[in-house]
Design a protein around this ligand. Structure first.
Ligand code: NAD
Ligand code: USQ
Length: 407
C-alpha cells in the first residue's frame, strides 16, 4: 500500500514509518521539521542523538534496501503544495501525526496557544479538504489522545469514542443515541484534538472520508524492532519540561540521581502504551479501515493505567531515586480514577508490553547510555496553566527555596 506519514520525523512517526516500510508498504514522510526548530527555540535536544531525516533515509536504504520518500511540506501552512503532492502521489492511506503535541508548550504564552491551534486545526482540515478536492480515497489514521475524554472520575469505564445516552423525547417517550463522548480538554493542545474530532465527524458524514481516530495514551519507551537495527536509526527521546512525558522523564531523572518530579500529590491517573505497541496498533488500524460512509472509527490506543505517584514509586524502587512532590504547574484534578476500554485492539491481536518488563531495559539501554547528553537545567516544568498558578509557583519557590517534600 502507498502510505503517507504526516509528521513522520517525530517520536511516534519515525518508528511507525520504519514499521510500515518493513511490512512492505511504500512510505512517504511528509514533515516540515518544526519539532527540530522547536528544540532550537527551547534550547533542548533529544536525549538520543538523532540524525537528519535525509541521513535516516540513507541508512534505512543501506540496512534494508527499502526506499523512504521525504517531502518537506508544512501541512498547516502550504495547502496548495500539499494538495498538488497528494494529487501526484495518491496515497492509499495517510497516517496523521503532524501536530504540535506538548500540552506544556501549548500553554507557555498566547503566542504558543495561537501557534498550536493554527498548526493543529489547519493541518487536520487541510488534509481532509485536500483529500476531497483531489478525489483521493485514502484511509486517514489520526493520532488523537485519551485527553479528549478529560480526567474526571466518571465512575464508568471510558468507551471507545462513543457514548450511549438516553434522550427524553418531546412526547414523553425515550430514545437511545450514540454520541461522541463529551470532550473535556485539559490544555490548549488537548483542545485541538477535540476540535479534530468534529472535523472528522463532518468529513466522514459529508464526503464519506474513511477515518480512524486513535485515542492514544502517554507513549513511553524509545526503541522498536526497526530503530534498533542501526545506531543512526535511533528514535527521538524527549526529557525536558515541555516535551518530556512523565514516565520517560522519571527514567532519565533516576539515571541522573535527580529527584523524580511528581506534580502535586501524584494522584493523577493516566493511560500508557509502549512505543512498540503504538506502532503495532497503527499497523492494525491501517489493516482494518472503516467502510466509506461509516462514521469515524475510534480506538482507545492504550494498554495500562497508572497513577503518577505509583510510577514514581516503581522507578524509585528500581533505582533508589528520591521523589519530590512539586507544586503542580497545571490546572488538573489532584486525584482521579481512570478506567478505559481497549477491547478492539485486544480483539485484533494486540499483546501488550508491560511496564514491569520494559522499564529496566529502558533504564540500562537508553537512560544509562546517553545520560551525558542531558542538560539538567532543562528538567523543570515551568509552563504554568494560568497567571495565578504562575504567581503561586513563584511565591512557593521564594518561600521554600526548594520545592516540596521528598519520599
Ligand atoms: P513529535 O512532536 O515528536 O512529532 C510530530 C511531528 O510532526 C514532528 O516531526 C513535526 O515536525 C511534525 N509536524 C508538526 N506540525 C507539522 C506541520 N504543520 N506540517 C508538517 N509536519 C508537522 O510528536 P509525537 O510524540 O511523535 O506525537 C505524534 C502524534 O501522536 C501527535 O499528534 C500527538 O498528539 C499524538 N500522541 C502522542 C503521544 C505521546 O506520548 N508522544 C501520546 C498520544 C498521542
Ligand atoms: N507530570 C508529573 N511530573 C512530570 C511531568 C508530568 O507529575 O515531571 C504529570 C502531569 O502533571 C500530568 C501527567 O503527569 O498529570 C501526564 O503528563 P505528561 O506530560 O506525561 O502527558 P500529557 O501532558 O498528558 O501529554 C502526553 C503527550 C500528548 C498526548 C498525551 C496522552 O505529550 O501528546 O496526547 O500524553 S494523554 O495523557 O492520554 O492525554
Amino acid at each position: 500500500m502507498r502510505v503517507a506519514v504526516l509528521g513522520g520525523d517525530g517520536f511516534v512517526g519515525w518508528p511507525t514509518t520504519l514499521h510500515l516500510s518493513n511490512l512492505g508498504h511504500e512510505v512517504a514522510v511528509v514533515d516540515n521539521l518544526s519539532r527540530r526548530w522547536i528544540d532550537t527555540e527551547l534550547g533542548v535536544q533529544s536525549l538520543t542523538p538523532m540524525d537528519s531525516i535525509q541521513e535516516r533515509q540513507r541508512i534505512w536504504k543501506e540496512v534494508t534496501g527499502r526506499s523512504l520518500l521525504f517531502e518537506h511540506i508544512d501541512v498547516a501552512d502550504e495547502y496548495p503544495r500539499f494538495k498538488d503532492w497528494l494529487a501526484t502521489w495518491r496515497p492509499e492511506a495517510v497516517i496523521h501525526f503532524a501536530e504540535q503535541r506538548a500540552a506544556p508548550y501549548s500553554m507557555k504564552s498566547d503566542r504558543h496557544k495561537t501557534y498550536t491551534v493554527n498548526n493543529n486545526v489547519n493541518a487536520t482540515h487541510n488534509l481532509l479538504n485536500a483529500l476531497v478536492a483531489t478525489e483521493t480515497d485514502a484511509h486517514v489514521v489520526h493520532l488523537g489522545t485519551m485527553g479528549v475524554y478529560g480526567y474526571s472520575t466518571a465512575g464508568a469505564s471510558i468507551p471507545e469514542g462513543y457514548l450511549t445516552v438516553d434522550v427524553s423525547l418531546d412526547d414523553g417517550g425515550k430514545t437511545s443515541r450514540e454520541i461522541l463522548y463529551p470532550t473535556d480538554a485539559g490544555s490548549i493542545y488537548h483542545m485541538t484534538k477535540c476540535l479534530d474530532q468534529v472535523l472528522f465527524q463532518f468529513y466522514a458524514k459529508n464526503d464519506g472520508v474513511r477515518i480512524t481516530d486513535l485515542h492514544q495514551g502517554i507513549v513511553w519507551g524509545t526503541h522498536t524492532d526497526q530503530t534498533r537495527r542501526h545506531e543512526q536509526l535511533i528514535n527521538r527521546f524527549d526529557y525536558d519540561g515541555d516535551y518530556g512525558t512523565v514516565l520517560n522523564r522519571f527514567l532519565i531523572q533516576a539515571a541522573l540521581h535527580h529527584p523524580l518530579t511528581v506534580h502535586g500529590t501524584g494522584g493523577q491517573s493516566r493511560a500508557f502504551i509502549h512505543i512498540q505497541d503504538s506502532v503495532r496498533c497503527i499497523a492494525i488500524a491501517l489493516a482494518n479501515p472503516p467502510k466509506r460512509g461509516e462514521r469515524t472509527k475510534i480506538f482507545n490506543q492504550m494498554t495500562e493505567v497508572h497513577r503518577v505517584r505509583d510510577l514514581a514509586k516503581l522507578v524509585s524502587g528500581l533505582t533508589g531515586a528520591d521523589i519530590v512532590y512539586l507544586p503542580n504547574p497545571r490546572k488538573e484534578a489532584a486525584e482521579n480514577e481512570l478506567s478505559v476500554k481497549n477491547e478492539q485492539f485486544v480483539a485484533l491481536g494486540l499483546d501488550p508490553i508491560k511496564l514491569q518488563t520494559g522499564l529496566l531495559t529502558e533504564l540500562v539501554d537508553v537512560a544509562g547510555k546517553y545520560i551525558h547528553r542531558v542538560d539538567r537545567s532543562r528538567i523543570p516544568s515551568t509552563s504554568a496553566w494560568t497567571r495565578e498558578i504562575a504567581a503561586k509557583l513563584v511565591t512557593e519557590i521564594e518561600a521554600n527555596g526548594a520545592p516540596g517534600g521528598t519520599d
